[in-house]
Design a protein around this ligand. Sequence first.
Ligand code: NAP
Length: 169
Amino acid sequence: MFSCKDRVVSKPIRVIAAACSNMGIGKAGQMPWNLPKEFQFFLDTIRAVSRPGKKNLMIWGRSTWFSFPENLHPITNGIHVVLSHTLSAVPEHAHHLCHDFDSAVQLASCGPISEQVETIWVNGGAEVYREALGHPWCDLVYLTDIRAEFHCDTFFPLFDRSVYRLQER
Ligand SMILES: NC(=O)c1ccc[n+]([C@@H]2O[C@H](COP(=O)([O-])OP(=O)(O)OC[C@H]3O[C@@H](n4cnc5c(N)ncnc54)[C@H](OP(=O)(O)O)[C@@H]3O)[C@@H](O)[C@H]2O)c1
């Protein structure tokens, strides 16, 4: 939460992920599966805005950002923030580089681009999801349940399920 001119504000923060039955999300820096319909759902969801001119701020961990297919850039309506402690320049196709999660949320909430931003989408990976799920302004988690088990090395974090209520399956 941030104080902008004495108001405590943030744009809504939303998490989007697909996890298999062992809550795996990634393997060797890539998606463990190839599910074009699920991937299309991901793209359609993060691109959606309610009015022309509005945009969504998309937060990516460094590894997830560099694993995203380059040919899919630019993502319509996307303002991309890459999180990293080690990068010193904004990566190609991205718009901002932040060194912590709160700075990315602050950009959307009371920086010069805040008027444009409708929703903050948190696109992974694991650590970034963990931070988002514990944030007081994270109100929705879009979690695709992949009904199979894949061998994974990256997992969706455990989170307090009493805070989030199942809305729709
Ligand atoms: N199934 C899904 O829905 C889904 C979604 C997204 C990703 N994935 C998969 O997950 C894997 C990647 O996830 P990952 O957890 O290994 O990596 P990641 O979160 O994408 O990237 C990790 C890096 O991001 C930076 N970072 C993360 N949190 C930060 C913070 N709070 N502040 C500053 N920098 C931060 C750090 O970069 P530095 O090392 O530069 O400091 C960290 O090493 C891949 O296999 C990908 O395909 C799956």
